[in-house]
Design a binder for this molecule. Structure first.
Ligand code: 9J3
Ligand code: ZN
Length: 300
């Protein structure tokens, strides 16, 4: 390491310079921990993202999983926790994900390892009954987050101030219900959502909705689009309509859903502005995206 000539002149000798350099190195290590970047943002996790890293089937973190029996919890139907195996990077943000009407956690399971490997604790849940309506699914997402942060085996790995929700269909409708009920949530992502209530002026959580152009179960014209429009225009919000997609496209591995979900979760749960480049400007219509709406740049 080269010293600045003025600095060198003020030092009294070789040993004093070495001592000062050592003290500075120790202070820096104490602040950032080994292996961490000296980032301004304490919630930043993982390497700088690229288009290919957000599209990848797996991110940089190896993932472990724990099954949570319905018999061991109340307020939701149990589930599976997917989490980064290593504790070297400290705590992570966490998200709960709910399935749709008549469906089980298996229908959204692909999102568990896909999102956890990017540096989140992910809880895919079953609902109390498969016929539960969106408002109940919202309550169950919140009960699942409470279990995750307060009682689960991985509670010590989670930063309880950085939580989000996702869900498919009525689970996507429930995602909006959860955000409405708990404004401290940092991100919400409804996937081909279904909800009869189209008015969401209370929501304060940055929300990314996915619609599917060929959805005949929850057509975008009566669900995803009015749900997006029903959010405050002052909110950080986005609507991405998948091209050549159906109501059930979110039920299997999908790179378009993954890349924008990872970016939204990183941007708003981790405050990681390195991901802003993938969200703003909005993606243009393409073979994968039929339509996009949203505010750019983001305000929160
Ligand atoms: O969760 C969903 O797939 C909702 C779509 C639906 O079947 O609603 C009809 C009651
Ligand atoms: Zn449209």
């Amino acid at each position: 390491m080269q010293q600045h000539p003025h600095t060198r002149r003020r030092r009294t000798g070789r040993l004093a310079g070495l001592t000062a350099a050592l003290a500075a190195a120790v202070a820096l290590t104490t602040l950032t921990g080994p292996g961490a970047q000296a980032a301004d943002n304490p919630y930043e996790r993982g390497p700088a993202p690229t288009e290919s890293s957000i599209e990848a089937l797996r991110g940089p973190y190896a993932v472990s999983e724990i099954s949570v029996s319905s018999l061991s919890v109340t307020g939701f139907g149990g589930g599976t926790v997917y989490y980064p195996t290593s504790t070297a990077d400290g705590t992570f943000g966490a998200i709960a994900i709910a399935p749709g009407f008549t469906a089980y956690q298996s229908s959204i399971a692909w999102l568990g390892p896909r999102l956890a490997s990017q540096g989140f604790v992910v809880f895919t849940i079953d609902t109390n009954t498969t016929l539960d309506q969106p408002a109940s699914r919202g309550d169950q997402l919140l009960a699942a987050l409470d279990y995750l942060t307060q009682r689960s085996a991985v509670r010590g790995r989670i930063d309880s101030g950085r939580l989000g929700v996702m869900g498919h269909s009525m689970g996507g409708g429930g995602t909006l219900e959860a955000a409405k009920d708990r404004p401290s949530l940092q991100a919400a992502i409804p996937l081909t959502p279904w909800n009869l209530d189209k008015t969401w002026p209370e929501v304060r959580t940055p929300t990314l909705l996915f619609g599917a152009d060929g959805d005949t179960v929850a057509p975008v014209s009566t669900h995803a689009e009015p749900l997006y429009t029903g959010l405050p225009s002052s909110l950080d919000r986005a609507y991405l309509e998948l091209n050549g997609a159906t109501h059930f496209t979110p039920n299997s591995s999908n790179t378009t859903i993954a890349k924008y979900s990872v970016s939204w979760l990183k941007r708003f749960i981790d405050n990681d502005t390195r991901y802003e480049q993938f969200l703003c400007p909005l993606p243009r219509p393409s073979l994968t995206i039929e339509e996009s709406r949203g505010n750019c740049p983001h305000t929160s």
